[in-house]
Design a protein around this ligand. Structure first.
Ligand code: NAD
Length: 248
């Protein structure tokens, strides 16, 4: 951890004074929950080819895609539980400090921690959707013992209801994200490289409206030099425990 105690105290002060605080989270917030990010050392792309999450590849080779997806996502997610960073955001929402979480994550950790205003920009892996009729099924209703899983109505392949490469962002999530981030006077960016588009452009909306940007990440990101006002360098869970102790 490189961040100083002074910076933690400063962050807690800015958060406490915020009128419309919004959090923008990426894969890094869930690393201390045991879920690896895509990029960087130990990241998912160091072991798997990203094409398994390409929508054209999925349509042509659903079995191959599902074999990797079930290993990458569902095996990690089943054992994972929220960490101190997720719980801090949940507590801040409960206390009326935090207005919304916009997450690129698909792991359901923000809901599990207790946040209710969560905008899932890339969908949620806990839901599967029929590629033909569009019916949605909760993961608990579907067996992954035989791959690919199929729709109980028409036997068509089910697709995880998160955004694949080559797919658009769900319309409601896209518009709610812009609404919330436009109102922010303080934005916390936690654990995101800022390299995934179009999600990566959202923080610039807050910045151009004059919001204060607090960033938590052990590594510098595309946001750090471009817009971050207060950079807390370190792991999200560890730093959140410290912020919590100054905030409440
Ligand atoms: P990324 O995988 O591109 O990068 C992860 C970021 O997290 C890096 O900046 C890294 O330095 C940082 N990080 C690593 N450990 C951290 C820690 N302990 N605390 C805080 N930050 C830490 O992630 P991204 O830019 O958020 O890309 C998002 C894409 O990855 C999304 O499309 C998302 O759907 C997908 N994804 C989601 C999950 C998940 O749901 N948990 C996991 C992997 C990938």
């Amino acid at each position: 951890m490189v961040c100083s105690e002074q910076d933690i105290i400063k962050a807690a002060g800015i958060i406490a004074e915020a009128k419309h605080l919004v959090a923008f989270t990426g894969a890094g917030i869930s690393v201390e929950s045991g879920i690896p990010p895509f990029r960087g050392e130990g990241g998912i792309w160091s072991k798997h080819d990203p094409s398994i999450l390409d929508i054209d590849f999925f349509c042509k080779h659903p079995l191959e895609s599902w074999e990797a997806i079930s290993k990458i996502f569902y095996e990690y997610f089943i054992d994972a539980s929220p960490n101190a960073a997720h719980y801090l955001l949940a507590r801040m929402e409960k206390e009326g400090m935090l207005k919304a979480v916009i997450t690129q994550n698909i792991d359901n950790m923000h809901y599990e921690a207790g946040n209710r205003t969560v905008i899932e920009y890339h969908g949620n892996s806990k839901w599967l959707k029929c590629s033909l009729c569009g019916e949605r099924f909760e993961l608990s209703e579907v067996s992954l013992d035989t791959l690919p899983p199929r729709c109980s109505m028409d036997n068509e392949v089910l697709k995880p209801d998160f955004v694949f490469f080559g797919e658009g962002i769900p319309t409601e999530a896209a518009s709610r994200s812009v609404d919330e981030i436009s109102k922010a006077d303080v934005l916390m960016i936690i654990g995101s490289t800022g390299e995934v588009m179009p999600a990566g452009v959202l923080p610039s909306i807050a910045k151009s409206n004059g919001a204060i940007i607090i960033e938590i990440n052990p590594e510098r990101s595309a946001f750090t030099d471009a817009m971050t006002d207060l950079y807390l360098q370190g792991p999200a869970g560890e730093l959140s425990t410290l912020i919590d102790s100054y905030l409440f």
